[in-house]
Design a protein around this ligand. Structure first.
Ligand code: PHE
Length: 348
């Protein structure tokens, strides 16, 4: 075989092999090309090697040198192809960063429906000239009962009707010395009327406040009861205040909150701290619901806080926040308010 023929054959072989290796898309194709060109038994390089034996003796060194160069070039092309497909397999599919994708929107929450209602009620009563007063949720018996004209024998003070707290001091004194002065019993307030007393004790009349917050009673939870709920308390003390003022304020309040025509109905009732006392019902969209209690502040209460019942009079009311909120939004079970299920809460 002439040297030039042999060298031409080698060049063709190299070109074909390089094309096959660089076109191979995956490991399988690279392996197929390796067998075709570099296969130990019947690869094309192997057959070319047989041609080397037929080259003239004088040309052998040149042919052998070229053959070795071609073999090295083929090995390098194989290695490059193997590296390339290994990298493709390891790389994550798709580009690492796609700047054209829309960003992740932060999820915006909102106030709980009861908090929204509380804010609405404050705003409405603020427009009627009532400022917001706050009181503690842990109360003493004076503010929760005595000053509100609820005597020691009254069933509302029964331990089964209230969440009394054992104070550390009370426990310690009863354990060590029965004769030691007992500390005053404390309880979770059962009504926001406590705030009436706290405000009147500190402020001379006239008074025009509302107070909103949690109250606690050991009620079994059902669609309309829960051991914790919210009340809005209103108190207005001035000269010549009448039941007509009470009804007007409640009606304006209800019409502002519900929107449209709302009727107010008073039913005679009894509370130790108001005289006369009424249950307040409201009708909106032709349905009556009970909203809470109200009445003219009892002279005993005015005296307990140092007011002169001959000089001033006033009204007070206490309404359930859950009730007005549930009625306005058509919620039929107040337990929904406390479950923290976003599918419910999202709707408000
Ligand atoms: N505190 C009463 C209750 O919780 C409601 C009330 C408030 C009644 C003010 C009259 C006046 O039931």
């Amino acid at each position: 075989m002439a040297l030039s023929d042999f060298l031409g054959e080698l060049d063709q072989l190299l070109a074909a092999a390089q094309a096959a290796f660089s076109a191979a898309p995956d490991g399988e194709a690279v392996e197929a090309a390796r067998i075709e060109f570099l296969g130990a038994k019947s690869g094309r390089l192997k057959s070319a090697q047989q041609g080397l034996g037929t080259v003239d003796k004088a040309d052998k060194p040149a042919a052998g040198k070229r053959f070795n160069e071609i073999k090295e070039a083929l090995d390098a092309a194989l290695q490059a192809a193997q590296d390339r497909v290994a990298q493709v397999a390891a790389a994550p599919t798709g580009p690492a960063l796609d700047p054209t994708l829309p960003g992740k929107k932060p999820r915006l929450g909102h106030l709980h429906p009861l908090t929204q209602t509380i804010e609405d009620l404050k705003e409405i009563m603020g427009r009627l000239g009532f400022s917001v007063a706050k009181g503690p949720e842990i109360e003493d018996e004076w503010h929760n009962f005595d000053a509100l004209n609820i005597p020691a024998s009254h069933p509302a003070r029964d331990p089964l009707e209230n969440f009394y707290l054992s104070t550390a001091e009370a426990l310690a004194s009863s354990a060590t010395n029965d004769a030691a002065p007992k500390s005053k019993p404390l309880l979770l307030r059962s009504q926001t009327s406590t705030v009436q007393i706290r405000v009147m004790e500190k402020t001379p009349p006239p008074v025009r406040i509302i107070s909103l917050g949690r109250v606690y009673r050991p009620d079994t939870a059902d669609a309309t009861h829960y051991p914790m709920f919210h009340q809005i308390e209103g108190l207005l003390i001035d000269r010549h205040v009448t039941m007509a003022d009470l009804k007007s304020v409640l009606r304006l309040f209800a019409m502002s909150y519900f929107g449209g025509e709302v009727h107010i109905r008073f039913r005679p009732s009894f509370f130790p701290f108001t005289e006369p006392s009424v249950e307040v019902d409201m009708s909106w969209h032709d349905r009556w619901i009970e909203m809470g209690g109200a009445g003219m502040v009892d002279p005993h209460v005015l005296k307990a806080v140092g007011y002169d019942p001959e000089q001033v009079s006033g009204f007070a009311f206490g309404l359930g926040v859950e009730r007005v909120c549930a009625r306005r939004h058509g919620v039929t079970d107040i337990r929904e308010f406390y479950k923290n299920d976003v599918r419910f809460l999202e709707q408000f």
